[in-house]
Design a protein around this ligand. Structure first.
Ligand SMILES: *Cc1c(COP(=O)(O)O)cnc(C)c1O
Length: 354
């Protein structure tokens, strides 16, 4: 195996984690950073880049933290990995536990997890437990049940190894750009990922970008500065009312002169559609940064400096939530009788449509 495969081997020197014998990896990290067409004329405003975290092994950034958490759990002789999840943590925990030969148990809010994520949990063979209520209820119940279980490891983002591993995305952005961006827009649910990026740039000794935390209007706990009892949004990955990492996320935004910004579900779905027109298919939560970017530009709240760099974090793959995508992207179909002439007519019509 090449020495550099996965997050742990690549960055263990930064984390002083040398001496690990068995690394549990699926080749996470090294995701592409690609140009994104902004909602403005490209010469009239900042450059925009998108970090495609959906290219990780289970289709979301959760794998960056999971490789570290499961590697450490295995090294400490733990046998069971447990998490509460809106879906992507469950998919990732199930995959890495399978890889490690550990048992995985995932607790999810009943009826509220996107089908692709459930399918992943099934495929990797984890035990699925559904509870009534939102994610926050599931996590609280699980934390109570964890006491006095020495062979169990909680692999939620309260697990410090998760946040540490997720810092690696900030290192990659700094490597690719040769510097930190000026502005970074990221969806915020439990607020672990924004915390990780902030720490990541700091660990490299770089001045962190201004952090803009994007939230859905129906789950805007950070924007409103309070817990949301019944969070509701189409963006199920950020349907969280009580962010565990709230204080760190507040610090990331306050100390960098950033902000938390809420966008409507309609704006999120419009952003998902716009990104797909650019060839980038993300799940709804991951479209939030583009919706936020559009809102800030419309408000005149962004620097117009073409030399400044904005990075959007596209946290998860569009295939994860096929139900929402099928509603957001009506099929473009037509009947064809198999004759060359009628195909030419159909193609001509299609060319004019675009
Ligand atoms: C987990 C997740 C988020 C939210 O990240 P937090 O660390 O909980 O703030 C956003 N988008 C996707 C796709 C996720 O899976």
């Amino acid at each position: 195996m090449p020495h550099t495969v996965g997050i742990v081997r690549r960055y263990q020197h930064l984390w002083q984690l040398e001496g690990i014998e068995e690394v549990i990896t699926l080749g996470e990290g090294r995701t592409p950073l690609i140009p994104v067409h902004p909602p403005w004329h490209p010469q009239k405003g900042p450059q925009v880049w998108g970090k495609l975290e959906g290219c990780n092994p289970t289709g979301s950034f959760k794998d960056r933290g999971m490789t570290v958490a499961v590697t450490m759990a295995k090294a400490q002789g733990k046998r069971v990995a447990l998490c509460a999840s809106t879906g992507n943590t469950a998919a990732s925990a199930a995959a890495y536990a399978a890889r490690a030969g550990m048992t995985a148990v995932v607790v999810i809010p009943g009826g509220k997890v996107a089908p692709g994520k459930l399918l992943q949990v099934q495929a990797y063979g984890a035990l699925l437990l559904e509870v009534e209520g939102a994610f926050d209820v599931a996590l609280a119940a699980l934390r109570r049940a964890m006491a006095d279980q020495p062979e169990w490891e909680l692999v939620n983002s309260v697990n410090p190894w998760r946040i540490l591993g997720q810092e690696s995305a900030a290192y990659e952005i700094a490597e690719d750009l040769g510097r930190a961006p000026d502005l970074l827009v990221i969806p915020v649910g439990n607020a672990g990922n924004i915390t990780a990026y902030h720490r990541g740039f700091q660990r490299l000794g770089l001045k962190p970008p201004r952090f803009i935390g994007g939230q859905a209007a129906g789950a805007a706990s950070m924007v409103e500065g309070r817990d949301i009892e019944h969070p509701e949004t189409v963006a199920s990955a950020i349907r969280i009312g009580k962010p565990v990492s709230r204080p760190y996320a507040e610090e990331a935004v306050r100390t960098t002169g950033g902000a938390f910004v809420a966008v409507s579900d309609e704006a999120i779905l419009a952003a998902q559609a716009e990104l797909a027109r650019q060839g980038i298919f993300v799940e709804p939560a991951s479209a939030t940064p583009y919706a936020v970017l559009t809102k800030l530009w419309d408000q005149g709240a962004l620097l117009r400096d073409p030399d400044s760099i904005i990075v959007l974090i596209f946290t998860g793959n569009g295939l994860k939530d096929a139900d929402t995508a099928l509603r957001n992207f009506p099929a473009r179909r037509a009947q064809w009788d198999g004759q060359p002439l009628s195909l030419a007519a159909l193609v001509q019509r299609e060319v004019e449509h675009v």
